[in-house]
Design a protein around this ligand. Structure first.
Ligand SMILES: Nc1ncnc2c1ncn2[C@@H]1O[C@H](COP(=O)(O)OP(=O)(O)O)[C@@H](O)[C@H]1O
Ligand SMILES: Nc1ncnc2c1ncn2[C@@H]1O[C@H](COP(=O)(O)OP(=O)(O)O)[C@@H](O)[C@H]1O
Ligand SMILES: [Zn+2]
Lengths: 253, 253
């Protein structure tokens, strides 16, 4: 059984722990988590991603490393993460441990919480500058389980224009407060579209203005990512590390 | 208490009953339900919409008639639907009966099923050519409750490219089979984007091809609707009846 002490020992070696949250599924949270990790890795930092989204793990797929499951071996230091091909990002995901045909929707409640702890305390993340937690969608159990054991340095909230609301951001803020951490950035994904042919930018105005919301709640950073068909292709083909545009270029954290 | 007999009596006066389903929320199902109703109304048919989405009713808002709640009066024929401003579409929605501040998320299980039956048997829809059922997202309880009492003539399935999958369509097909009805159309919403400036069409290829899926499952009609920023504006402002483009123009049902 993994103790809080073991987890604390592991987390001591990680300089910054960032949780990525969303109000609901399908807003691009996993894609954003991966982009953030790639951003830091390209700056030369040691980066890890903990894919906490047990019911819908997508990090291995984004990096094209699902087949590397046999690399998640048990060494005397613990469970070794799988390294991404290009940037050596350390990836930990339940997907690596599942038999091919089994979908994680088999997992429920207690089992998931146990597994989350096991990974936190049992994985040999090593020395890291940044560890990105890709949480399941929503502000439910899993983030709480992690935050019980890990002091996150900050939370990045991912939304899409249609879902941008006071309610969703307030919920995330309460959670951040409850765990003595802060929302370090608001990502408005699929916020505009740039025509590949004529270069015209088309804003997608639906719901609240992310910058007004951020200002109201003292969230210092707003990152707007367009509906990017090329990004979707790279993501779909497991080549997120090769994607040329760094949407977190001006993210100063 | 509303009996199955009462419901059958009401439904006898409705020529075609069409259910609109989606695999999950946020794919534009309500918007599509409204567009379908507007399509028929513009062709001169008598149309009704039954907003069965009790936890997230959006039909009154799409038609800009939330304030007409006091028009949903109880006559000797039953509960009168509210007529839309421009096309006289008959709208029935739990939203008309809720106190302003109450969000329907208060409702649970049994209460919802009771309410669904009450509306089905208690609303005086009158003689209609088409009655559109805007179901809650997913293939859960509510559609089943309705289909227990109403013989739907057909189901329209709404998806977005990212969610288009065999699993989701198969689930809908099983449901249709179970209730002895068929999927009369597959709507792939947000399937492409037309640049308002240069007119270039950009396809959003993610997940399965809707036409291949439809062919595989014998679904005769595929309707592709683009990400349409102008439509989103009209929808947002409750002016769906004024929106000029009829995406169901070639829908031959
Ligand atoms: N900015 C974007 N532009 C285009 N496609 C995107 C964008 N962000 C995410 N996607 C696509 O949308 C889908 C959902 O993204 P994902 O990261 O899995 O969402 P979530 O983790 O919130 O469920 C994926 O197919 C992904 O490639
Ligand atoms: N084709 C489209 N283009 C642009 N916006 C759309 C389109 N379809 C739906 N929307 C917008 O997306 C949001 C979700 O649509 P909605 O019909 O409420 O979805 P659902 O009923 O599936 O939850 C709304 O803001 C709506 O105006
Ligand atoms: Zn253009």
């Amino acid at each position: 059984i993994i103790t809080g002490k073991e987890i604390a020992e592991r987390m001591k070696k990680v300089k910054k722990k960032i949780g990525v949250l969303s109000g609901k599924g399908g807003v691009g949270k996993s894609t954003v988590s991966a982009l953030l990790a790639v951003h830091y890795a390209r700056e030369g930092y040691q980066v890890g991603i903990y894919d906490v989204d047990f019911l819908g793990p997508s990090i291995p797929r984004l990096f094209g490393i699902e087949r590397k499951k046999y690399e998640m071996i048990l060494s005397r230091d613990g469970l070794e993460p799988v390294y991404s091909d290009r940037l050596g990002i350390r990836v930990v995901s339940i997907q690596f441990l599942l038999p091919k045909s089994e979908t994680p929707v088999m997992w429920r409640g207690v089992a998931v919480n146990q597994a989350i702890r096991t990974f936190l305390g049992g994985c040999s993340f090593g020395e890291l500058d940044y560890l990105i937690f890709d949480f399941p969608p929503g502000t439910g159990e899993a983030p709480l389980t992690v935050m019980d054991f890990v002091e996150l340095d900050g939370i990045v909230m991912v939304t899409i224009p249609h879902d941008l609301s006071y309610m969703v951001v307030e919920k995330a803020l309460k959670m951040a407060e409850k765990f003595d951490t802060e929302i370090i950035g608001l990502v408005e994904n699929m916020s505009y579209f740039i025509c590949p042919k004529c270069g015209e930018k088309h804003n997608i105005f639906l719901g609240e203005d992310s910058e007004i919301l951020a200002a109201k709640y003292g969230i210092e950073r707003v990152i707007k990512i367009p509906i990017d068909l090329k990004l979707a292709k790279f993501a779909d083909r497991g080549r997120i590390e090769d994607y040329g545009i760094d949407y977190f270029e001006d993210f100063d954290y």
